[in-house]
Write a protein that binds this ligand. Structure first.
Ligand code: FES
Length: 130
């Protein structure tokens, strides 16, 4: 794990200290993985889906302060969204929801967006293609 230098926004510190929806989800309808091969950090996003709406989300993460905060806020961003809406969530949306990330930590917000895309793709693929 890379050393993390601040300064962090209040929102980053809040999500880091009190991660929302942390943990594996029993009976999840899908999951997605986001990882950064350079720093070695990764997250798994679990989704509960009803119709085409994401009704619940949780996560596991191994990573830096920004990765933990990004993963946490990602679960908040996807809840209540349709699959189509969730697919349009960008790393910038995750960073903005955290009050911004330092330039050199922007890549950490990519984990969440990648995990959303992977989870939705996995859900939409025909069974057996997972
Ligand atoms: Fe790897 Fe933040 S340093 S995700």
């Amino acid at each position: 794990m890379e050393m993390c230098a601040g300064p962090w926004s209040e929102q980053v510190m809040d999500h880091f200290m009190n991660p929302r929806n942390l943990g594996e989800m029993e009976g999840a309808d899908s999951f997605g993985i986001g990882g950064d091969i350079l720093c070695g950090d990764s997250m798994i996003l679990f989704l509960r889906i009803r119709g085409d709406v994401i009704v619940d989300a949780s996560f596991l993460v191994q990573g830096c302060v920004a990765a933990i905060a990004s993963s946490s806020v990602t679960t908040e961003l996807v809840k209540g969204k349709t699959l189509e809406e969730a697919k349009r969530i960008l790393p910038e949306d995750i960073s903005n929801a955290l009050g911004g990330l330092p330039e050199h930590k922007m890549h950490c917000s990519v984990l969440g967006a990648a995990a959303i895309g992977d989870a939705v793709r996995r859900y939409e693929e025909p069974r057996g293609a997972q």
